[in-house]
Design a protein around this ligand. Structure first.
Ligand code: ATR
Length: 278
């Protein structure tokens, strides 16, 4: 019987997940169906009901996107360390009546940066902008990658400090600061915009001095072309710019392997979805 998977979010109209998983299934000759579900925003608890109906109909797994990542976290019977650390869930697997939960966003981002863009973090100075859900997901994989220094900048410095507190003891020099403090910090090898600013066309108030020509500027949002953040980086001379399309496809590949036990190739799918940045 064809196994059933889906992505659940709201809104869900623009999701690329069915296309990505469809390509993965073709490539690996896996017999599966992958659809998109618009999850209910009201009433409270309705999300859990939709997930349980999907399981009852024989569904094997779900990708979870905004605004349901916290509700999926609450619904899980078993959370991976990554999901616990991120405080959010982006993939579910249903096994023997249990709901297993994962978060592949951070590892997908790290793979895209280290493998696809050939920028391993080890020994590098890394600047992470933002301290919300997206930054939290990236934090543990980033720390584990062994950067020389990891600085988390946020408008609300207290939120950045709380993130640093979470990884205290995992090793590595990690610290928090505000945007004003960055002027005295010099240039970074990698600057990652994990704020939600680009979703509204806004710019985190990052000084141009954090960029260097040989560095990488990475925008987590995808498909938006040259966002204000990437434009500032480009104007500061940064030659390598990237958006989150690679992260999107890599987190999908992690979920696919977790569900199906086979690892799909990502390169052709990333190329298909890439929107020019300049
Ligand atoms: P997400 O899940 O996308 O990370 P979130 O948890 O709401 O969303 O977090 C949004 C992040 O973007 C926060 O770090 C927020 O900064 P504050 O915590 O100081 O509010 C950041 N952010 C949003 N708009 C921003 C802007 N215009 N400039 C700088 N940071 C911004």
């Amino acid at each position: 019987m064809t196994d059933s998977y889906a992505v659940i979010g709201n809104p869900i109209g623009h999701t690329k997940s069915p296309l990505i998983h469809g390509r993965f299934a073709q490539q690996t000759a896996q017999d599966l169906r992958y659809t998109a579900i618009e999850g209910p925003l009201q009433p409270e608890g309705a999300f859990a009901g939709v997930v349980r109906s999907f399981i009852a109909e024989g569904g094997k797994g779900l990708n979870v996107t905004a605004p349901f990542k916290l509700q999926a976290f609450a619904l899980a019977d078993e959370l991976s360390d990554r999901a616990r650390m991120a405080g959010a869930v982006n993939a579910l697997k249903f096994v023997d009546g249990r709901i297993l939960a994962e978060n592949f966003d951070g590892i997908g981002l790290l793979r895209d940066i280290a493998v696809n863009l050939k920028r391993p973090l080890a020994g590098r100075r890394v600047l992470l902008l933002g301290a919300g859900g997206a930054a939290r997901g990236a934090l543990l994989p980033f720390v584990e990658a062994g950067p020389k220094e990891l600085v988390i900048a946020n408008r609300s410095v207290a939120k950045a400090e709380a993130l640093v507190e979470q990884v205290r003891g995992q090793g590595g020099p990690v610290r928090a600061c505000g945007y004003d403090d960055l002027a005295a910090d010099g240039a970074f090898d990698l600057v990652v915009n994990a704020t939600s600013a680009s979703l509204t066309g806004a710019l985190p108030p990052v000084p141009a001095t954090v960029f260097q020509a040989d560095g990488l500027a990475y925008e987590l949002a995808y498909g938006k072309g040259l966002t204000p953040f990437l434009k500032v980086a480009s104007d500061a001379g940064v030659r390598q710019l990237a958006d989150g399309v690679g992260m999107l496809v890599e987190q999908a590949a992690e979920a696919f392997e977790w569900w199906r036990g086979v690892r799909p190739q990502t390169r052709a799918v990333i190329e298909q979805l890439t929107v020019p940045l300049r």
